[in-house]
Design a protein around this ligand. Sequence first.
Ligand code: SF4
Ligand SMILES: [Zn+2]
Length: 201
Amino acid sequence: MSVSNAARTPAPERPGEWSRHAACTDDPDLFFSTFTQLAKKICTACRVANDCHEWIMDVERGQSVHLRFGVIAGLTPHERAVHDPAAPNPTRPPTEPKPKAPAAKKKRRRKLPPPACPSTRAYKHHVRQGEPIDDACRAVYNEERRADRIARQNAKVRALWARGLSDTEIARMAGVGKIVVQRTRDRLGLLPHDTTARAAR
Ligand code: SF4
Ligand SMILES: [Zn+2]
């Protein structure tokens, strides 16, 4: 029973506008269950699979497979680790192609209208099309980047905290200040690990 709790805890929150269209919000637990194929199927039909893939690969970059959880963007923890060139993964085949969003590729079958402004998808669409970028789209995009950075920070701190590390150790390994670790931990409702006391015992 503790396994499922531990497995769910480190799942980072999806940031930004696109996450409102995530197809996994009705039954999020399914994505952390043994129904892997069903979860993958839902991801395949998800209209924000591309954004989701980009986000999760960024959030988990460099993490070992043991710190990744659930089916996200149609990929299992192992598949995501294999697709991450920065991840320590001894099972990665030497000729593994560059990370791609399989779910997103299939999604292209239907021709969709251009994304509505203001949104990050619209911002990216403007960039791709060489169109002028309006302030509203730029603001949404910047806000999403900020939320993304915080989500990444949360995930990093949470994963290191889950290993029983102190704030000082987390700060060193995450490359941030101790005060940032404390604030992040408070925000996530995680109690500090006092390794000094542990060592003295
Ligand atoms: S791709 Fe899958 S995990 Fe990502 S938002 Fe869509 S349904 Fe959720
Ligand atoms: Zn726009």
